[in-house]
Design a protein around this ligand. Structure first.
Ligand code: MG
Length: 270
């Protein structure tokens, strides 16, 4: 019994000594650690002003609401004329219908039209509607398309009660990536697309070194989220990746009397 007491006392003494060797830290008396962060310019400031800056000034664009372009945008179509738009096949002046309500409509089988101006990375606003007089099914109902860089199609389609392959439905990157949601208004009403396009990059030998991307909001709903563009968007075959620089914005005549209309088209170069 005496031996047991001695062992217990010894063990208690050892534990007590160990605790004394590592006293608890006291945050109120400890000096704060100096954080040096080269990315932010060295030693961490201790005053709020040390992390605030005023130059360069941010440009004032005003809002982009109700189809109106912000101040720094390039307006490509405001409903007054088709100036600046040509047919893709022969560069003649666009012969689509110019309507009294400030829109334009595909003229049957006249072919695709595109801007004379060319663009690289852009923010694009565009509004479109399929005919209220619903005709045909699948890909032949209100089909058009918006080709970024003249090559990469964001699909325009009347998908209301009209199923088709999902990677060809409205809001898809055609034959590549289905949309995250189907956000169309009723047939015959105006849809909006707000698109952020970043062009692919190519090396001097013409090889693609960085894919392009597309972000698309359809009526305010995110349907493409910084989606990788795998290449061109052909009806038949795999995507291709020809080297290119800037290109036009192209609107599709699907060739089936789809009569899709467009209005309020503007871009901001990024
Ligand atoms: Mg199409």
């Amino acid at each position: 019994m005496k031996y047991l007491h001695l062992v217990t006392l010894l063990a208690f003494t050892v534990v007590s000594c160990q605790q004394k060797e590592t006293p608890p830290t006291n945050p109120t008396t400890e000096k704060p650690e100096v954080i040096v962060h080269d990315e932010y310019g060295g030693e961490e400031p201790t005053e709020p002003e040390g992390t605030e800056y005023y130059e360069p000034k941010v440009p004032v664009t005003g809002p982009a609401l109700n189809g109106k372009a912000p101040k720094d945008a390039t307006v490509l179509f405001d409903g007054s004329s088709l100036e600046g738009w040509v047919h893709s096949k022969d560069s003649t002046a666009a012969k689509w219908h110019l309507n009294d309500d400030g829109s334009m409509t595909v003229a049957d089988k006249t072919g695709n039209i595109q801007t004379e101006r060319v663009f690289g990375d852009i923010q694009l606003h565009i509004e479109w509607k399929s005919p209220a007089d619903v005709q045909r099914d699948g890909q032949n109902r209100g089909n058009s398309g918006i080709f970024l860089n003249g090559l990469y199609e964001v699909q325009v389609l009347d998908n209301n009660d009209n199923d088709t392959y999902v990677n060809g439905q409205v809001g898809s990157i055609y034959k590549q990536t289905p949309p995250l949601a189907m956000a169309s208004v009723a047939s015959g009403e105006w849809n909006t697309y707000d698109i952020i396009y970043h062009a692919p990059e190519f090396n001097a030998e013409g090889g693609k070194i960085k894919s392009g991307t597309l972000t698309v909001l359809h009526n305010g709903v995110l349907v493409q989220d910084h989606t990788e563009i795998k290449g061109t968007t052909p009806y038949i075959g795999w995507p291709k990746n020809p080297a290119h620089g800037k290109g036009p914005l192209l609107l599709q005549d699907h060739g089936d009397n789809s009569r899709v209309s467009y209005r309020n088209i503007w871009v901001r170069e990024l």
